[in-house]
Design a protein around this ligand. Structure first.
Ligand SMILES: Nc1nc2c(c(=O)[nH]1)N[C@H]1C(S)=C(S)[C@@H](COP(=O)(O)O)O[C@H]1N2
Ligand SMILES: [Mo]
Length: 187
């Protein structure tokens, strides 16, 4: 079976996303919201929501996997490729990790190599509609082969770093990378 028709080990399909907001639902003000891309880069950048809409370049269908064992199949994802954001910021050669911060103070960490996966996405739309507030409007991360906790909602900062640093779930024992096909659930 190919990856497109099988689920990763230990996962079960359910029809709809279960909404998680472990730190509460943040209030989003689109006028003040910005996405900052920085850290160890030669060209730090700040994007408004409209800037991101203008450079949206990617759309595909892929499954979503939460580490607690549920998956939602065949979701349509649209947005800006993370590769493009990285290319604009020009991370230093020594970058190994990407640290992500959100409006609700949620954080997560992604290996630079996985961040650069060709399907890595800053999501602006799900299933043909703008992200709902509860699903992370204005923007969230999605990398199909990583567990859902890496898919930070309401993202405000993407920071390229040399040093590993735990995010919210990683500090509680969840894996540095979280590859669903290798079942990297815990450290
Ligand atoms: N800011 C923020 N992002 C988050 C979370 C959260 O609590 N806060 N939960 C994560 C987890 S564990 C999962 S499985 C997915 C769930 O996405 P959903 O709420 O759209 O179903 O969001 C991820 N991103
Ligand atoms: Mo999750």
């Amino acid at each position: 079976m190919s990856r497109s028709d099988s689920l990763p080990p230990g996962q079960k399909a359910i029809p709809n996303f279960i909404i998680y907001r472990i730190l509460g639902q943040p209030e989003v003000d689109l006028n003040s919201w910005r996405l900052r891309v920085g850290g160890y880069v030669s060209n730090p950048l700040t994007y408004t929501y409209n800037d991101l809409l203008e450079i949206a370049d990617t759309s595909y269908v892929s499954d979503f996997h939460c580490v607690t064992g549920w998956s939602v199949r065949n979701v349509i994802w649209e947005g800006v490729s993370l590769r493009k954001l990285a290319a604009e910021a020009q991370p230093s050669r020594n970058v190994e990790w990407v640290y992500v911060r959100s409006l609700d103070k949620y954080t997560t960490v992604i290996p630079y190599e996985d961040f650069l996966d060709e399907r890595g996405l800053l999501v602006l739309r799900i299933n043909g509609k703008p992200l709902s507030l509860e699903q992370g409007f204005p923007a969230r991360i999605f990398i199909p082969h990583l567990y859902g906790w890496k898919s930070a909602k309401w993202v405000t900062e993407i920071i390229f770093t040399e040093e590993y640093r735990d995010g919210y779930w990683e500090a509680l024992g969840y894996h540095q990378r979280g590859n669903v096909w290798r079942e990297e659930r815990f450290k």
